[in-house]
Design a protein around this ligand. Structure first.
Ligand SMILES: O=P(O)(O)OC[C@H]1O[C@H](O[C@H]2O[C@H](CO)[C@@H](O)[C@H](O)[C@H]2O)[C@H](O)[C@@H](O)[C@@H]1O
Ligand SMILES: O=c1ccn([C@@H]2O[C@H](COP(=O)(O)OP(=O)(O)O)[C@@H](O)[C@H]2O)c(=O)[nH]1
Length: 955
């Protein structure tokens, strides 16, 4: 392993170096493309290293092989004193001793400390006396897979499968488990009942396997679900407490499975620096299934607290991302799920789980296994052996399998003496009523079929309700002609991998359900079936039993290659290495996120200033949030923008402060602003500043003369635009379009996100390349909107005209020495933040000075009036127009140099500067965004409300 860890470390340093280089001032580092390039390069390089490592250390396998012979070769696993786990876990212990600082004694780099947290420990404890414990191996794919993971300094945290109410018992079991590097989480009977049997196995498990939620007929049961959910949260917190107790800085914490969906959040709440990964071993269902779960959002959000989320297959990952976009309204990207700049990496392609294939291959050479094989061959001589190995779980499709076998026997009388089905059905979750019912059902079917086709000396089905030890299982796999996996849904299904690993000489056939994750990896070599189609499965049994040797060989070869290269070791290494990298990448992203606005600074500077300018956006800045937590977005209410009621008083107070001028600058129409702000003494700027209304006065247009508005004039262009917008609105449910006086906005915020995005793509394509592609309009792409405006219309471009008017109106008499500009603006409009940015770098106490003078009054230039709806309303619009203040200049407010150009053209009445702004008195702030060119951030309009309240208080 050492070589691989080296590769991972190298990459980390490489990424870190890139991170450092990205911090060099002026560096033009593009982190996105760098990450992608690096990841691919790393994966290719790691693959190469793995290959060369395999060929250059052939002896290692022999050594490991010997260890495994000892580990797994000593009879039944459940006997006290067996040394299988000891040996396996000793390997981990040895790794720990070797890990000394950064370097091991042999000069190799230290192993990464890994805390594996899963509901079940690899061992289940059985109490033999007050302080005496026997440890038995737990059954299930998760345990099997993680047993193959040796090359970390790992500790396993989980439940030992037993209730230990007394302190003596807890202490002695903790000691017994510590030797195996296992740390117990003690769950009492009630919690196990509610959390494990209840929420995990009666709700999440069936739901994630498409069996739906339990149907209820009593309110009491519904209340029961609530207490199960509470117990689930409580149990997750108990796991978190144990992790926190044992966590050391730099550890990787790897959480497993649907039992622990709250764990990532609990861990991050405790320590945000923790490296947390979460892997789901079951399918993640379609978002349509997940959305039926009452706690759907809470669970998704908690998982998203992890740094990396992994799945067996691309489909499961896709469903998860889709649930996050559709249910939580977050952005799904090829990298994962993004929530306001915080990315949770979601991946599947790197992580198909595997098995420790060598362990199975080597086991076949053990004398005990060879004896088993001989016994089995003798016992079933003259008959083909078919095998099923499953936990007795409804997802495994055991009844369907047996019925298909019955159908095969029914239709093929000649095979009745020639084939036997051995079904190992491992008892599982026996306290859950559904599992008890299933046991009875299976017994009944088996009994009936054996009665129907059995003879005095032989039965067609051998059904065992028990666990087999490893050697017996390997022997069974080896003698099997046809393995039958008929899961109705299965996260992966490792039994199919194990079967393939043990078939090097026999080259038997695998019949595999297309609904098992394994169908994606072993699909080319297996015969894929739909387990619900009994006829198809029966026919496949016939095909498999009669398959010619050369076809069997080819199919086997394909699967064998996969199973021996995609091992559990590789799975874990890749996951941990991806997790380490995701964290470095996240740091790179975080560095680009502006800091939160500190109210104290805002207030302090506000108090010390003499003439303040407050520029406020409206939508999502001053509006009432209608999608309060726990409530779904109410489109009907939200579409009508309303001033946050808590802002009324503070706003009034601020407006009355003679030292403060307030401008509400919005994309909304004049009527919307009138309705919300009519009563306040503040400046209004509608449609991105195309219209301005002074504190006391009427609306005016501020349209620059050089602005091309001919598209608004052109009947042809308007017709086309309206047609396009109407077309997409009609075809995208819950989307709507707003015809404003100088722009058109199509909004799909409430539509299905994925469909909306596709539609937007089509619309953009059409606008860019269709009949209006030559019109002088700008097509602006928003997060969930498409907007058409005149070229050059932005909030940044409008602010100088608005300021010109303010000065002209004599509202500003002394130089402005304080600017607070807050908004939830589109990237296109974020040029407003740069407008006031002093010419020297932020942070230095520099001063921006400008003179805004009297704009020369000129002739009115009325907005042209068209005949169509969205413009027709202009015809009666009572607005006064005045010449723009930036005649003949580019009205681009983009930062440096702008003021120096303006300086000579504008002055206050008495000739002094209009703006005397020190860098530390300038606060630009983006609301509800993480990526922004503003200096600071605020989370939501609620934070704006708090800020305004405090400003009003000191005002
Ligand atoms: O612990 P139990 O409740 O007794 O259940 C046993 C395990 O069952 C599930 O296994 C899954 O993980 C396998 C490995 O990734 C995968 O191949 C299989 O398809 C899954 O069903 C469960 O996810 C585990 O947590 C349980 O321990
Ligand atoms: O008698 C048995 C039967 C099964 N298994 C193991 O149980 C695991 C089952 O994993 P799979 O992924 O197929 O399904 P899961 O039970 O996890 O849903 C495999 O590793 C088997 O080797 C076992 O140890 N003893």
């Amino acid at each position: 392993m050492s070589t691989h860890i080296c590769a991972t470390c190298c990459l980390k340093f490489h990424l870190q170096a890139e991170l450092q280089s990205s911090q060099v001032p002026g560096s033009k580092y593009n982190y996105n493309s760098a990450i992608l390039r690096t990841r691919l390069e790393r994966l290719l390089r790691e693959r190469e290293l793995r290959k060369s490592n395999r060929s250059s250390h052939p002896n290692e396998e022999v050594r490991d092989g010997n260890r495994d012979v000892d580990v797994f070769g000593d009879g039944p696993l459940s006997t006290e004193g067996d040394n299988w786990q000891e040996e396996f876990l000793e390997g981990i212990a040895a790794a720990r001793e070797l890990a000394d600082g950064c370097e091991r004694k042999d000069g190799q780099p230290a192993k990464q400390r890994l805390l594996v947290v899963a509901n079940r420990l690899p061992v289940s404890a059985v109490r033999r006396g007050e302080e005496s414990w026997a440890l038995e191996m737990s059954v299930g794919g998760l345990v099997s897979a993680l047993l193959g993971v040796n090359d970390f300094e790992a500790r396993w945290i989980g439940w030992a499968g037993v209730n230990v109410p007394d302190e003596i018992g807890q202490r002695s079991l903790t000691i017994a488990l510590a030797e195996k590097r296992c740390i117990p989480v003690f769950l009492d009977e009630e919690i196990v009942h509610q959390y494990y049997n209840g929420y995990c196995n009666n709700i999440l498990w069936p739901l994630f396997h498409y069996l739906g939620l339990p149907q209820e007929d009593r309110l009491a049961t519904t209340r029961g679900f609530q207490s199960q959910f509470d117990a689930y949260k409580k149990a997750n917190q108990m796991f978190a407490d144990v992790v926190n107790e044992h966590y050391e800085e730099g550890d990787v914490v790897w959480c497993h499975d649907y039992h622990l969906m709250f764990l990532p959040k609990c861990l991050k709440d405790y320590n945000n620096e923790m490296k947390v990964g979460w892997f789901l071993h079951t399918p993640f269902p379609s978002s349509e299934i997940h959305r039926t779960l009452p706690s759907r959002s809470e669970l998704l959000r908690s998982v998203l607290a992890a740094d990396l989320v992994g799945f067996h297959t691309y489909d499961y990952a896709r469903h998860f991302v889709s649930a996050c976009t559709r249910i939580l309204g977050l952005e799904g990207t090829p990298e994962g799920v993004e929530d306001q700049g915080k990315l949770t990496r979601v991946a599947a392609v790197f992580f198909p789980i595997g098995i420790d294939s060598d362990r199975f291959i080597r086991a076949l050479e053990l004398p005990q296994v060879k004896d088993h094989i001989k016994e089995l061959k003798d016992r079933f001589a003259g008959r083909k052996v078919m095998l099923g190995v499953d936990r007795l779980d409804m997802i495994k499709g055991i009844p369907q399998k047996i019925l298909a076998f019955e159908k095969f026997l029914e239709e093929n009388p000649l095979w009745r003496d020639g084939v036997v089905l051995l079904q190992i059905a491992v008892p599982t979750r026996t306290d859950v009523p559904e599992y008890q019912k299933l046991t009875c059902q299976v017994h009944e079917i088996v009994g009936r079929i054996n009665g129907r086709f059995g003879t005095l000396t032989a039965v067609p089905i051998h059904h065992l309700d028990r666990t087999l030890d490893f050697q017996a299982l390997c022997a069974l796999y080896a003698v099997t002609d046809v393995a039958l996996v008929t899961s109705l849904r299965d996260g992966m299904n490792l039994v199919s991998y194990e079967f393939v690993a043990c078939q090097a000489s026999k080259k038997g056939v695998l019949i595999l359900s297309e609904f098992a994750g394994a169908a994606q990896s072993l699909g080319a070599g297996a015969i894929l079936v739909n387990p619900w189609n009994i006829t198809e499965v029966a026919a496949s049994i016939g095909y498999a039993l009669n398959m010619p040797a050369d076809e069997r060989e080819k199919r086997h070869h394909h699967n064998f290659m996969h199973v021996t290269t995609h091992t559990s070791q590789e799975w874990a290494e890749t996951f941990v290495s991806e997790l380490n990298d995701s964290i470095v990448e996240a740091q790179m992203r975080t560095r680009q996120i502006p800091p939160l606005l500190r109210t104290r600074d805002v207030l302090q500077c506000y108090l010390q200033s003499n003439n303040r300018l407050l520029i406020l956006g409206f939508n999502a800045t001053l509006t009432e949030p209608v999608d309060a937590p726990g409530r779904r977005v109410d489109q009907f209410k939200e579409m009508e923008l309303k001033l946050h009621p808590d802002l009324r008083e503070p706003l009034k107070k601020l407006c009355n402060d003679p030292k403060t001028t307030i401008v509400v600058l919005s994309g909304s129409e004049r009527s919307v602003l009138d309705k919300n702000f009519g009563e306040y003494s503040l400046w209004l700027a509608a449609e991105h500043g195309m219209f301005v209304r002074p504190t006391k006065g009427e609306w005016m247009t501020t349209m620059p003369e050089n602005l091309h508005m001919d598209w608004v004039d052109s009947v042809k262009v308007q017709d086309v635009l309206l047609h396009v917008f109407e077309y997409f609105t009609e075809r995208t449910p819950r989307s709507h379009f707003e015809p404003r006086e100088t722009s058109l906005v199509w909004n799909y915020k409430y539509a299905d996100v994925e469909f909306g995005r596709l539609q937007a793509k089509d619309m953009l394509q059409h606008l860019w390349t269709g009949p209006i592609s030559n019109a002088s309009v700008e097509v602006v792409q928003g997060g969930r909107s498409v907007e058409v405006r005149a070229v050059g219309v932005t909030k940044g471009a409008a602010i100088d005209r608005i300021l010109g008017e303010i000065v002209h109106n004599k509202d500003v008499k002394a130089p402005i020495d304080y600017v607070l500009c807050i908004g939830h603006f589109l990237p296109k409009d974020e040029d407003i933040y740069n407008f006031f940015e002093p010419e020297l770098p932020a942070g230095l106490a520099t001063t921006a000075r400008a003179n805004i003078g009297n704009p020369v009054n000129g002739s009115a230039s009325n907005l042209p009036i068209g005949r169509n709806g969205f413009r027709a309303r202009c015809s009666n619009a009572p607005y006064k127009s005045f010449p723009n203040s930036d005649k003949g200049t580019s009205s681009n407010g983009n930062g440096a140099g702008w003021w120096s150009k303006m300086r000579d053209r504008f002055t206050l009445q008495e000739g002094s500067s209009v703006l005397d702004l020190k860098s530390e008195n300038y606060f630009s702030c983006a609301v509800g965004r993480k990526r922004s060119s503003a200096r600071y951030l605020l989370g939501s309009s609620a934070d704006v409300v708090s800020l305004m309240k405090e400003l009003a208080e000191v005002s």
